[in-house]
Design a protein around this ligand. Sequence first.
Ligand code: 13P
Ligand code: 13P
Ligand code: MG
Ligand code: MG
Length: 361
Amino acid sequence: MKITMSVIKADIGGFVGHSSVHPDLLENARGILAGSPLPIDFHVTHVGDDINLIITHEYGKNNGDIHQLAWDTFLSCTSLARKLKLYGAGQDLLADSFSGNVKGMGPGVAEMEFEERGSEPVIVFMADKTEPGAWNLPIYKMFADPFNTIGLVIDPKMHQGFLFEVRDLIDNKKVTFSCPEELYDMLVFIGAPGRYCIKSVYQKGTNEIAATSSTQRLNLMAGRYVGKDDPVLIVRCQSGFPAVGEALEPFANPHLVSGWMRGSHSGPLMPVPVNLSNPTRFDGPPRVVALGFQLCDGKLHGPQDFFADPSYDLARQKANEVANFMRSMGPFEPHRLHLDEMEYTTMPDVSKRLKNRFEKI
Ligand code: 13P
Ligand code: 13P
Ligand code: MG
Ligand code: MG
């Protein structure tokens, strides 16, 4: 039986400010999904102010009915958010009506279809206060770095490496790199995560899907500042894919990502359990949650809230130290994002006002 796993997410109103999701919205979303005959199973959760719908079904990727279900869920939660006057109600819903696919309409989507293996451990990563490129470094470590993933060295099923589909989000192009042979070529691009994002990873030879992420850039789509994309990532584990612990390992060392405070700052990505994924300090620092599921005929057994583990305490401490250091820069780059990245914030309005003050020299 082919199973499709769809993770569809949106920020449709923060509680309080941009820190979290009101429990009534999560309950409402659960009620709607429970009332639909389409999912085999679902799990509704949140990271910061983003609602994440994790749905398993048999209808394949980009299925109109599944996307409609997610859209209707977000729409219903939006009216509730408006009623509760939650902050930024309907923030991520860029269109007024649904046209068959939530892609390009605001919500983020990561979907994969696969034949369920004898045992199918899957991790859903979800981040808040950051952009899709935030996954580049951890995906690189999981699937291409033997210092992170010893399986690349000692597991004959991983030794040949992986294929990486990289998207250019500015020019809307894609390219596939075969690694390890093309590692250095790939790093030229994925080292610039504001533009190039790893969309998917495939097992070499079988072309079996190993990982896939959401890559929408809200601000590029809307042409104005709306909020950060707050991306999701699905990773299949074990038996030819990274072990669960290899997929989690990159987050033990928080890396700097874009998207903190007003989508305009760089800060460390702090791994946290769901109940600690409520960004506070300077609306951050950016958070990542990892939920493990053991699939059984499409049923989602779990979640295992991986970053609740004390072995991530040091990562959190380090993230706090790095956050402290970055904050000391205040409005200066590189804490504040580079000018190109500030184009899609509210800053251009301020610089427009000052334009005529500049004299030729
Ligand atoms: P077990 O021996 O517990 O199955 O672990 C195998 C493994 O690869 C863990 O990383
Ligand atoms: P979100 O993208 O999570 O809504 O955050 C926006 C923001 O401006 C936080 O400071
Ligand atoms: Mg928000
Ligand atoms: Mg958010």
